[in-house]
Design a protein around this ligand. Structure first.
Ligand code: HEM
Length: 203
């Protein structure tokens, strides 16, 4: 459970930061929201106001699915144990067992694009009801740590984007290759330079 809870959350956070650095306009929009709404201490009440932050995290899980290897290994197990009940439609390919995350039938003409706003136009959620997006699995073996994991990522991300601007070290190109181990981690660890934002820039 400790491995399942720490590797998954850190993988999701690292990928979310990578996506944001790769997409400066999304980063800017998120920073504006965090600097306007997050307050001095990012508590539960202020987190509720960070709507764009939640869209950004959801969109990252659509494109990356940090725990797909976990789900894939369990899919095999569940298929054997429960006669395939939990895995209807999926197999234990890490790319498929967490939903049809890039299928144009669900995600329109630009399924590969990092576009958090797409979730403003759909009711699809990622908690296990909509099978096109199940980064936490689905059914009786679904991740029991969803709320905790998301809260950790939301608080950490809100702090990182509210208090710092981010850039890559001079001349570095941001690699976005996945490497499958316990989780779908980045092949190359994210290296980014923070510049602290002065108090005057925060609302
Ligand atoms: C954002 C981070 C997380 C993601 C993306 C994630 C994803 C997943 C996935 C895909 C599964 C397999 C579900 C299935 O086969 O249907 C799983 C299982 C599990 N997760 Fe998470 N998880 C996260 C955070 C956590 C945290 C924080 C904890 C605990 C504090 C946790 C505890 C577990 C446990 C115990 C299982 C096994 C459940 C079972 O076999 O019945 N996870 N997780």
């Amino acid at each position: 459970m400790f491995i399942g809870g720490t590797y998954t959350t850190s993988t999701l956070l690292e990928w979310t930061m990578s996506k944001l650095i790769k997409h400066p306009s999304v980063m800017k929009k998120l920073q504006e929201e965090a600097r306007r709404e997050a307050g001095v201490i990012i508590c539960e009440e202020n987190l509720q106001k960070l709507e764009y932050l939640k869209l950004v995290i959801k969109e990252t899980t659509r494109l990356i699915a940090p725990a797909s290897p976990v789900a894939a290994s369990k899919a095999t197990y569940a298929r054997r144990d429960h006669n395939g009940l939990r895995c209807i439609g999926w197999n234990h390919d890490p790319n498929q067992c967490v939903g049809d995350r890039k299928g144009p039938a669900y995600w329109g003409e630009s399924p590969e694009e990092f576009l958090p706003e797409r979730f403003l136009q759909t009711k699809v959620d990622f908690i296990g009801q909509d099978f096109e997006l199940i980064p936490f699995g689905a059914g009786r073996r679904r991740c029991p740590g969803i709320s905790f994991g998301l809260a950790v990522v939301e608080v950490a991300l809100a702090n990182l984007v509210r208090d710092f601007d981010w850039r890559l070290p001079g001349g570095m190109r941001l690699e976005m290759t996945e490497c499958v181990g316990l989780t779908a981690r980045r092949d190359v660890t994210l290296l980014a330079i923070p510049t602290i934002v002065s108090a005057g820039q925060l609302d």
